[in-house]
Design a protein. Structure first.
Length: 499
């Protein structure tokens, strides 16, 4: 059976990096790891074709070729997914939906023929068996969680890897914490489940054999969720993998990034091992400097901490901290907006995603807000566009105006470039870097023109390059990358917040 796999388009959001990627020859940020993993669970004899709508449009020839369509998506891809479903149904195709979007909101997709929900390692096999027998049901949603020992090697060869900025793999699922606004635990559980170290190395080997040398994003919900295991097994193996390449020489390139919790800052050994393994960036949900709001959302791991000092410890260990922040908690003080600015500027968190509090379906927050009659609409998925699906306790206009002012201030060129310099002063230069290739050369040359000549930030851009040349010359490539990121963030703010 000819299977068409469709990854819907991501809108222009903070994490799309669309305007930064435009400086390179690449087209989008990440390949659809969920679809590629699911594809490896399909019968090997079935012809398969991936259409990533972030890479190229869905053609009539694709629809004419297909016999069965699988669409996997996250909530932020909802609009594109609905359009793809409509086109497939118009073409008379049977459509299967899966992934977080369909799992959390199956009622929104009456046109989908089959909903294969939850983790594909559990739900796909029963569907395929029934499909072969001619008795396929509309919905498959098994209970429990998958043993990742049985998760297959993703079929990266289906993807046009040259179109992506970063590859992705997954070593674990689940998070030991239970923040009430996060749907990770409802989707994947509180007990982290791991692939074997051999599985992780096999995935890295496959990417390496395909010629991949750019960054690799470990998409784990919390990479350090099972700290003893990664300290004992995975990280030493990753260090060995990096130091002993196929020819016995250290592997160059392929830096890693991932998501962790703030308690990484408490463990110097863990930070050193991660840096040695090649991790140069970590995303941390810092959320807010206000303990009352942290207590409200159940973010106990963040309470009572000096977040500036924690961030500096991690960056001095050689890993850039990207931060997630939230405003709009019931317990926010009137001064929270300025406190967020102060935290972000003092810590030198260049990539600071500040969003209005959202209540995704399936979360404890959503249940609490629904019980209180405070859910306004479905989850938007994009929490940096100035909207929320929660009725706030404060006046909605005041919340939106303060949020808008916060974001426009953070990404004002003078403020943003000051944050870049603070970061470069603190950051220990990573031992592993992506190679200086044609993409980076192209991005550098385009930045000179687009940022240094045409951009409204041109004065600050040249000032940063001059400062870096004299104070951190070996970080020039990173400084230019961050300048390009700033261009993207300002474009996103202009699109969503200036109107």
């Amino acid at each position: 059976m000819r299977c068409l796999l469709i990854n819907p388009e991501f809108p222009d959001t903070f994490w799309s990096f669309r305007h930064a990627i435009s400086f390179t020859r690449r087209k989008t940020a990440l390949p659809p790891l969920g679809l590629l993993t699911m594809a490896a669970l399909l019968p090997a004899q079935w012809p398969m074709r991936l259409v990533d709508l972030n890479i190229r449009p869905l053609s009539e020839a694709d629809l004419a070729w297909a016999e069965l369509v699988f669409i996997g998506a996250m909530s932020v891809q909802r609009d594109s997914a609905l359009h793809a479903i409509e086109r497939c149904k118009t073409a008379g195709l049977r459509v299967v939906g899966g992934g977080p979007l369909f799992t959390m909101e199956p009622e929104l997709f009456p046109a989908v023929d089959h909903l294969v929900l939850g983790e594909a390692e559990l739900s796909l096999a029963p569907f395929l068996a029934d499909l072969e027998a001619g008795t396929a049901r509309r919905m498959y949603h098994p209970t429990g969680f998958a043993d990742l020992v049985h998760s297959p090697l993703p079929l990266w060869e289906l993807a046009e890897l040259d179109g992506y900025m970063t590859a992705s793999i997954q070593s674990s699922r689940g998070c030991p914490f239970d923040c009430d606004f996060c749907n990770v635990t409802s989707l994947l559980g509180r007990k982290p489940r791991q692939k074997t170290t051999a599985q992780v190395l096999a995935e890295l080997d496959r990417l390496w054999d395909l010629g991949w040398r750019k960054g690799v994003f470990f998409v784990d919900d919390n990479f350090i969720g099972n700290r003893p295991r990664i300290l004992r097994d995975l990280l030493p193996a990753l260090v060995d993998w990096r130091m002993n390449g196929p020819s016995g020489q250290p592997r160059k390139g392929m830096p890693f990034n991932t998501q962790v919790s703030i308690n990484l800052a408490d463990d110097a050994t863990l930070m050193a091992l991660m840096a040695a393994a090649g991790f140069d960036t970590v995303f941390i949900g810092l959320e807010t400097p206000e303990d009352d709001a942290l207590a409200e959302c159940g973010k106990r791991q963040n309470t009572g901490r000096d977040m500036v000092a924690d961030t500096q410890r991690i960056q001095r260990a050689g890993m850039q901290v990207q931060g997630g922040f939230i405003v709009g908690f019931d317990n926010d003080s009137p001064g929270v907006f300025q406190r967020q600015i102060d935290l972000i500027q003092r810590s030198g968190i260049v990539t600071a995603m500040v969003g209005l509090l959202q209540a995704p379906p399936g979360t404890r927050l959503h249940a609490r807000m629904r019980a209180a009659g405070r859910i306004l609409s479905e989850d938007y998925g994009n929490n940096v566009d100035g909207r929320t699906n929660i009725l706030p306790l404060v006046a909605s206009d005041a919340l939106r105006d303060n949020y808008r002012a916060l974001m426009l201030h953070l990404y004002k060129p003078k403020v943003y470039y000051a944050r870049v310099r603070t970061f470069l002063r603190e950051m220990k230069r990573p031992s592993v870097r992506a190679p200086l290739d044609l993409d980076r050369g192209t991005a550098f040359l385009r930045s000179l023109w687009r940022l240094g000549v045409l951009g409204r930030e041109r004065f600050h851009f040249w000032r940063l390059l001059r400062w870096t040349l004299f104070h951190r010359p070996r970080s020039m490539q990173l400084a230019v990358t961050l300048a390009i990121y700033g261009h993207h963030f300002r474009r996103v703010c202009d699109t969503h917040l200036r109107a």
